[in-house]
Structure formats: C-alpha cells, structure tokens
Write a protein that binds this ligand. Structure first.
Ligand SMILES: [Zn+2]
Length: 438
C-alpha cells in the first residue's frame, strides 16, 4: 500500500515540479525580452496575454492533478477499493460481470473527480481568453457520449482480457497483446468514420480552389488521400488545428473550420506538405509500432506481477485472492491498479517518445519545404497557430523534454531558417525542442 501511494505521489510531485520550473522560466524569459527575429511578431500585449494564459492553465493543472491523485490515494487508503470488490464478489452474477463492475465503478469515480476541472476549464478559463464557445448542452452531450463510448470499449477489452486470463493462464498476456494491437489499428481505421462524427460534423472542404490545390499536391507527392474535410470545431472553441487521421480507405486530412478562414492557401498547403511528410516517412506507423512493442512488455510485466499475492495483500484483498485466485472481481481491481500505475510510468517514458516525435516534426518540416519551397508560408502558418492558440513561447527545456511532442515555436522557426540557409543538419534536430498539432 505504501509503495502504491508513494508511486502515485512521486508522479504528482514530478509533474508539479516540472510545471513550477516551466512557469519560473517563462517569467525570467519575458523579462529578458523576445529574441530580435520574432520581436516584431508578438507585441507586448500578446506576450503578456500568453504569459497570463499559461499561468492560468498551469494553476488549473496543479489543482486537477492534486484532486485526481488525492482521490485515488483515498480510494485505497480508506479501504474503499476492497469494499467495492467484496460487494461485487457477493453479487449473484457471472464472475466476468463482477470484475467488469469493479473496474467500471472505479473508472467512473476517476471520471467524476475530473469534472470540476473540466467545467472550470471550458466555462471559465477558456471563455476568459475568448477560446471556448461551448454551450452547456454540447458539453453535457460530449460527456454522455464519451462516457458511453469508453464504457463500451472498456467492457469489450475487459471481456477479452478476462477470457484470456481464464483460458490461457500465464500466457494470457500474449493474447491480450494481440487484442490491444488489433484494437488500436481498428480504432485508427474506424474513428474518422464512426467515432469522430458523433462529436463533430465533417464536410468536404468548402473552398473548392483550396481543395483542388491540396488534391493536386497529394497527387504530386504520390500520397493516397481519401478526402479533404473541414470540421465544425468552432462549436466548442476557437483554437486552430489541422490533423491527419484514418488508415487506408478512411485516410483523410481535416482542417478546423476556424483555421480555413484565417490562413492563406499557401500557408494551409505548407501544413498539408508537413502532414504528407509524416506519411511518406512512415512516422505514424513507427510510433504505433513503438507503442505496440511497449504495450507487449508492459502486459508481460503485468501478467507476472498480478500472479503474486503481494499486490492483493497490499490493497487488503489477500483473503479473496486465497479464496478465488486471480479471477472475477480481482481481475477488475488488478487491471485498475495497472492502469493507475501506468501514469507515473508513462511520465518516465515520455521523454523518449516525445524526443522521437519532435524529431519527426523537424523531419516533416524539412520534407514540406522540399514539396512547397516557401519557408515564409510555413513560418507564417506556425506563427499564426502560436499567436492564435496563445502557445507558451518560452517553455523550460526540461518541461519540453517531458511534455512536448512538438518543438516549441522558436526552435522550430530556427530550424526552418537553418534549412533555408542550407545549414540544416541532423544534429540540430536531436537537441532542439511548438505547440501546434500540425
Ligand atoms: Zn507534425
């Protein structure tokens, strides 16, 4: 129990320290002033607004992290987890349903503990800075839909795990791994056509001229694109973004409606070129592969840990384990424990994943420049994204290492300039560290 709580507390401490460092660095950097090459792009009011927004978001992060960690610690320390498990064990239903009930209840408690922060973010903080346009009706609809979807998906995965544990004993992890990987690919394939339309309307890009330019670019780059869409993101917020989603016949590029209005065709094409770069260099596939290998290792480790009584003794369920073995409601608790321990572990692994991801961003920028050789357009798009989204211009390098999957704006602009001057080399890429999702 002490070990479990220490791990959770360690995760909380590291996250908070990183955020604190990040804020201190922001304040110091603003006092120093912007580097000359971008000082005319962000005036003093904008810089102050960015700082204020970053501080407000960080504070909210401290609180929500504190609440979610505290709730999990209380669940274990106050003996609520064993109570729920024993309650489920006494239910007159199949052991699979007992396990499922335990897991869903614990996950639901976690979800409920996140609601105040989510309400504050959507209706106070994001409204104050003019981002949030969400209505309470849309918000409620989102909550109900995502709860239902995640409940169903979780129940399906859980049932698979449950059956494998019962059929294959020590080898269950291998089948569970296959299931997780197959599930990941299925979700990538289905999400643009099944899940995302539940939340947003997707229509083919209305600007025909732009659409043709994009299709032409895709043809030239030999990029099989199933569609160019725009999405009504403005019904929730005015943040800008564009993304690439789906697989095979569902592969598409999606622009937020807010973005289509405010960017020039050339700027949007440079974003498109960047996305093609990701595909050409198989970045997404490589990332999925890395995550799949990792999940295999984690599942193997989980299967070994969960076979021993100590974890059940630690959370006050030793007697039930002697009684039933690793079965029924204990499978629900065990998978819940694994899922909450994954978060601190994720934090430790994030530098590696983010480093790889940032490297891919630089590579895709370089590719986009070859395809559409205007550094000005590309920088224009990145700068607009940053200004519009109030992205922190001065993240602390350590914060970048842990949290940034995209290089910060200034580093990314510099890399583009270096490429332009023909000085770009791969060593720049490894150490530099934007906060756009393009
Ligand atoms: Zn990218």
């Amino acid at each position: 129990m002490i070990l479990l709580i220490s791990i959770l507390f360690f995760g909380y401490l590291v996250t908070s320290l990183l955020s604190g460092l990040n804020l201190a660095h922001l304040k110091a950097s603003i006092q120093k002033g912007l580097p000359p090459e971008v000082s005319d792009l962000f005036d003093a009011t904008k810089v102050a607004q960015i700082a204020e927004y970053t501080v407000a978001k960080t504070r909210l992060g401290y609180w929500s992290e504190f609440v979610s960690t505290a709730v999990v610690i209380i669940l274990f320390a106050a003996g609520i987890v064993p109570q729920i498990t024993l309650w489920a064990d006494a239910l007159a239903v199949a052991p699979l349903l007992q396990g499922l009930a335990v897991m869903l209840i614990l996950m639901l408690i976690g979800y409920l503990s996140g609601i105040p922060a989510s309400l504050y973010s959507d209706f106070k903080l994001e409204k104050k800075y003019g981002f949030s346009t969400i209505t309470i009706k849309t918000w409620l609809g989102d909550q109900v839909k995502s709860l239902l979807i995640s409940g169903i998906l979780m129940a399906l995965l859980f049932s698979g795990f449950y059956l494998f544990i019962n059929w294959l004993e020590n080898w269950w992890w291998l089948a569970a791994w296959g299931l997780v990987v197959a599930f990941t690919f299925l979700m990538i394939y289905l999400s643009p056509v099944v899940l995302m339309p539940l939340f947003n309307k997707f229509v083919p890009l209305e600007d025909e001229v732009l659409k043709n330019k994009i299709l032409e670019m895709a043809r030239k780059a030999d990029f099989p694109l199933a569609g160019v869409y725009q999405m009504d993101a403005s019904k929730r917020s005015t943040h800008d973004n564009a993304f690439f989603t789906g697989m095979g016949r569902t592969r598409r590029i999606v622009f937020y409606d807010t973005m289509v209005k405010n960017y020039s065709h050339q700027e949007l094409l440079s974003v498109m070129g960047h996305e093609i770069g990701h595909w050409k260099m198989k970045h997404i596939f490589k990332m999925i592969l890395a995550v799949s290998v990792l999940s295999g290792v984690l599942l193997f480790a989980a299967s070994r840990v969960l076979a021993h009584p100590w974890i059940y003794n630690a959370i006050g369920l030793g007697d039930l384990f002697i009684d039933t073995g690793f079965n029924g409601p204990l499978i629900g608790v065990a998978l819940y424990v694994v899922s909450i321990l994954l978060e601190p572990l994720n934090l430790l692994l994030s530098p590696l994943m983010n480093w790889q991801s940032r490297k891919y961003e630089y590579q895709s920028d370089a590719y986009a420049l070859k395809l559409n050789p205007s550094a000005g357009d590309m920088k224009g798009a990145l700068i607009k994204l940053s200004q519009k989204n109030l992205s922190n211009l001065f993240p602390h390098p350590l914060y970048v290492i842990f949290h940034y999957s995209h290089p910060p704006l200034l580093a990314r602009l510099k890399a583009i300039d270096d490429l332009e001057k023909g000085k770009g080399n791969s060593s720049n890429y490894a150490t530099s560290t934007a906060t756009s999702d393009t």
